[in-house]
Design a binder for this molecule. Structure first.
Ligand code: THU
Length: 138
């Protein structure tokens, strides 16, 4: 499954719309039911509306009713070319993932020929959270 996610993240990276930074990112998010949602970064001339690949994948999945996730693969590079450098999820995306993903959620960070593996809690210890009543937790 790791290899499939990596392949799908690389494929999704090709759809990145990044005319300003030229930095293209792709992500593939594995839901607990086995379905996979991909995302790419989508930039904007006004800059702040820009969204990262990870959040596009997450929001696509959540908007389709998914709430439980197992893993995400992320890759990125200038003009979509992977090098020996890794594209780690930004802080905002880590926090966005933490809303729905447990501490053991896996993050596969992909370079040209290496895949590093982390748990969400490795990359975002002490994430911000607010306890909400169980019945409104949907
Ligand atoms: N980007 C992502 O898609 N994911 C990240 O985790 C970090 C950054 C995008 C946003 C922007 O389009 C480009 O990379 C350069 O910051």
């Amino acid at each position: 499954m790791k290899e499939k996610l990596v392949t799908m993240a690389k494929q999704a990276m090709k759809n990145a719309y990044a005319p300003y930074s030229k930095f293209k990112v792709g992500a593939a998010l594995l839901c607990s039911d086995g379905s996979i949602y991909t995302g790419c970064n989508i930039e904007n001339s006004s800059f702040t509306p820009t969204v990262c690949a990870e959040r596009v994948a997450l929001f696509k999945a959540v908007s389709e009713g998914k709430r439980e996730f197992s893993a995400i693969a992320v890759c990125g590079g200038i003009d979509g070319v992977l090098t020996e450098k890794f594209c780690h999820p930004c802080g905002v995306c880590r926090q966005a993932l933490s809303e729905f993903c447990r501490e053991d959620f896996k993050i596969y960070v992909v370079s040209e020929d290496v895949v590093k593996e982390y748990k969400l809690s490795d990359l975002l210890p002490f994430s911000f959270e607010i306890d909400i009543p169980e019945e409104s937790n949907s």
